[in-house]
Design a protein around this ligand. Structure first.
Ligand SMILES: C[C@@]1(CC(=O)O)c2cc3[nH]c(cc4nc(cc5[nH]c(cc(n2)[C@H]1CCC(=O)O)[C@@](C)(CC(=O)O)[C@@H]5CCC(=O)O)C(CC(=O)O)=C4CCC(=O)O)c(CCC(=O)O)c3CC(=O)O
Ligand SMILES: NC(=O)C1=CN([C@@H]2O[C@H](COP(=O)(O)OP(=O)(O)OC[C@H]3O[C@@H](n4cnc5c(N)ncnc54)[C@H](O)[C@@H]3O)[C@@H](O)[C@H]2O)C=CC1
Length: 247
């Protein structure tokens, strides 16, 4: 057994969460309840392009969710959640279940059945019945930032997110990232290979532009400039001014 006395890597602190960008596009998600909390959950799910079913009595559906039903963004099943029908016997099992109802016994039953069926579940307000927690979210186009306090202070997560938001909204990060996405797709067409040499070349080129150009310059990168840029791909990424001068 080596001693690792002169190790160069840091020790890692446990007790956090694995924060991932869960891909829900086109996948069925069930939301139980139709109040304020459910309405917030649905907003996150629409942003993720999930196929959303909200189950709650007609009287429980918030005005915003009524609008989303009318706009065909969600499906509403107008009754209480039925574990047999909606989970055990369901022909298509949901990829995820979000519970936001005012009955802790019904929540626990739904949670228990989801676990038996291995469906990831979040019961708002009951950390012990959550496979994952929600966080406070900032969104600007393709950019998403989530703040979690790992259950210690949800309101503080909101405050930290607002600080980050104040800083990030000073610059057009969303647009810059969207344009970088367009550039990366075009470069993969131009240098399509998947060998490690080809990949490294592409990655170095994109890294340099991401680092060297300002956010405003990247946000300004139009399709015409992208074509000019990739013409120079063999000689390394030119500066923004160089591309502009030739435009
Ligand atoms: C564990 C977690 C599970 C989950 O729900 O996923 C959970 C649990 C609980 N929330 C409670 C209370 C409040 N929750 C909020 C708000 C938010 N709560 C959110 C997430 C989470 N809440 C997960 C942990 C996230 C983390 O730690 O970072 C946010 C970030 C995201 C979202 O819900 O979308 C959203 C802010 C979004 C935004 O606007 O930016 C407010 C503030 C307010 O309403 O204004 C209050 C009152 C003030 C306070 O307590 O801080 C209570 C105590 C109930 C009681 O005391 O009885 C519990 C239960 C407990 O702690 O045991
Ligand atoms: N972020 C968080 O973690 C927070 C969590 N909460 C908790 O989330 C839960 C929901 O909060 P709100 O949306 O404010 O509640 P609400 O009272 O506005 O809504 C409850 C909803 O549940 C529905 N409902 C009740 N029993 C049902 C059943 N068996 N099947 C289907 N639908 C059913 C009602 O029709 C209604 O639509 C509460 O337990 C609350 O304590 C509240 C605030 C913050």
């Amino acid at each position: 057994m080596p001693t690792f006395e002169d190790k160069s890597f840091a020790d890692i602190q446990g007790g956090g969460s694995l924060i991932v960008a869960w891909q829900l596009k086109g996948k069925p998600v069930t939301v139980v309840g139709g109040g304020d909390v459910a309405t917030g959950r649905v907003a996150h799910l629409i942003a993720a392009d999930a196929i959303i079913t909200v189950i709650c009595p007609p009287s429980g559906l918030s005005p915003e969710l009524q609008y989303r039903v009318a706009a065909k963004q969600i499906i509403h099943v107008p009754r209480n959640f039925d574990i047999e029908h909606d989970l055990r016997a369901a022909s298509q099992k949901p990829s995820m279940v979000l519970v936001a109802i005012d009955s802790s016994s019904a929540s626990t039953e739904i949670y228990t059945e989801c676990k038996a069926l291995r469906i990831p579940v979040n019961v708002a307000d009951v950390p012990a019945e959550c496979d994952f927690y929600f966080g406070s979210m900032y969104r600007d186009g393709p950019l998403q930032v989530m703040v979690s306090t790992n259950g210690n202070g949800p309101k503080m997560a909101n405050l930290v997110r607002r600080r980050i938001e104040d800083e990030l909204k000073q610059e057009p990060f969303g647009l810059a990232i969207e344009r970088l996405g367009a550039l990366r797709r075009r470069i993969r067409e131009k240098i399509p290979g998947s060998t490690s040499v080809e990949m490294r070349k592409r990655m170095r080129w994109v890294s340099q532009i991401s680092e060297q150009w300002t956010i405003a310059q990247l946000a300004n990168l139009d399709d015409e400039m992208i074509e000019k840029l990739i013409l120079n791909i063999e000689v390394g990424p030119p500066s923004y001014n160089h591309i502009i001068a030739k435009t």
